[in-house]
Design a protein. Structure first.
Length: 288
């Protein structure tokens, strides 16, 4: 699915296009009053191999059907960390997982590139949480993953809520821009999900170069964004003590004197429904 370009992306007018796209996704699911066939044999012993997959288990699966989560389920970059307390964890190692006798393994990246083949040879079904490159695709991933977990109805509700939240975004004046930054002084431009979040909120991305790269210190000397968007964690993880562009006086002055819209790092750590928290925070702050 193509990334929406800034010129052709009217998300700045309240998220109307994305809301319509998500509505089309929901309408195209072929849903009737009966649950999908998968629901009749919903998995009862589910293991997650990484913290992105953990989020979906913690959102859509009852605790007694969660056999084990990843070791990162309670870390601060895990959005659903508060729901993980008391649940078992397992390393994403084939031997450790197979001995638990799961009837479904869920992964985004955990276990490495050969994990799915290993588990399938052992007779364990695997659901891969697909990578989403834009918000419309995130809605599709929510639907397909919730269905694989035996919770299709809940998935449709969450995807519909995403659609409603996009449609309710305020309309911003054109030309307002923001610069996203991590504690390590890294930012991102077109071609990333963070860029799509900024666009959906109605802002322009100050970083116009594609991909992930250091914040543009030289440009920041003579040109400042309207807003800084620091995505920091409470403990300032992500190499806070290593040298980074964030230690440069230009970056420090921006954080001290600039207009800030701080967002929680967990909101953007995975491509899932909770990225809407970041979209709404950006849109609300910029509208004020």
């Amino acid at each position: 699915m193509a990334i929406l370009s800034r010129a052709a992306n009217p998300c700045r007018a309240g998220g109307g296009l994305l809301a319509a796209a998500l509505a089309a996704t929901l309408a195209g699911c072929g849903v009737d009053s009966r649950e999908p066939r998968f629901e009749q044999r919903r998995p009862q012993r589910i293991v997650s191999l990484d913290f992105c997959a953990d989020q979906y288990l913690l959102k859509f699966v009852e605790r007694d059907r969660i056999l084990a989560l990843s070791p990162d389920a309670e870390r601060e970059f895990s959005y659903m960390r508060g729901h993980a307390a008391g649940l078992p964890s397992v390393r994403p190692v084939a031997e450790d997982v197979i001995i638990l006798k799961p009837d479904l393994v869920v992964r985004a990246y955990g276990g490495g590139p050969g994990a799915a083949a290993i588990f399938q040879r052992a007779g364990v079904p695997v659901h891969h949480v697909s990578w989403a490159e834009d918000i419309e695709t995130v809605g599709e991933v929510v639907l397909e993953t919730a269905r694989a977990l035996g919770s299709a109805q809940q998935g449709r509700a969450v995807a519909a809520e995403m659609q409603d939240r996009l449609a309710a975004l305020p309309t911003l004046a054109p030309g307002i821009d923001g610069l996203y930054m991590t504690p390590a002084g890294v930012t991102t431009g077109p071609g990333s999900l963070v860029h799509e979040i900024i666009a959906a909120a109605g802002l322009e991305n100050f970083q116009t170069r594609p991909g992930w790269r250091p914040i543009p210190l030289e440009r920041l000397v003579y040109e400042r964004p309207d807003f800084m968007i620091p995505a920091f964690f409470d403990s300032r993880t992500n190499h806070p003590h290593a040298w980074s562009p964030m230690r440069h006086p230009v970056a420090r002055s921006l954080l001290q004197a600039g207009e800030l819209i701080p967002i929680e790092g967990a909101w953007t750590a995975c491509g899932a429904w909770f990225l809407m928290d970041a979209v709404e925070a950006l849109a609300a702050a910029a509208a004020r």
